[in-house]
Write a new protein. Structure first.
Length: 112
């Protein structure tokens, strides 16, 4: 009888590595609270869908949360830097591109 191999968990750098150097642990905790609230409340539902998809790809729950947090940080940064309002379509599109990080996806888009 052959045994199925469990998918290997992928390492994800801690959120502090995704934040600017001036970031602090309290800020990282606050961003993860946003992610946890989205997961708990199902708003937007794509956050839970993405979390479940990442777990299915072999990411540990904490790694999946870190990737989701990166998307939250990127959306906050974009809104503040451009003086725009929150863009749900942009946020959901970034979730759908995970595990590719938004910065990586933008670099690939610019290369084509």
């Amino acid at each position: 009888m052959t045994r199925k191999r469990r998918p290997q968990r992928r390492a994800t750098p801690p959120l502090s590595q995704h934040l600017p150097p001036a970031a602090n642990p309290q800020l990282a905790a606050a961003i993860l609270e946003v992610v946890d609230a989205q997961l708990r409340d199902g708003t937007p539902p794509e956050t839970r869908e993405t979390f479940d998809r990442l777990i299915g790809l072999g990411y540990a729950p904490e790694g999946a949360r870190q990737l989701l947090a990166h998307v939250v940080v990127r959306e906050i940064f974009t809104v503040m830097a451009r003086g725009e309002t929150y863009n749900a379509a942009r946020f959901v599109a970034a979730l759908r591109r995970l595990p590719a990080l938004p910065d990586e996806a933008e670099s690939n888009d610019e290369a084509h």
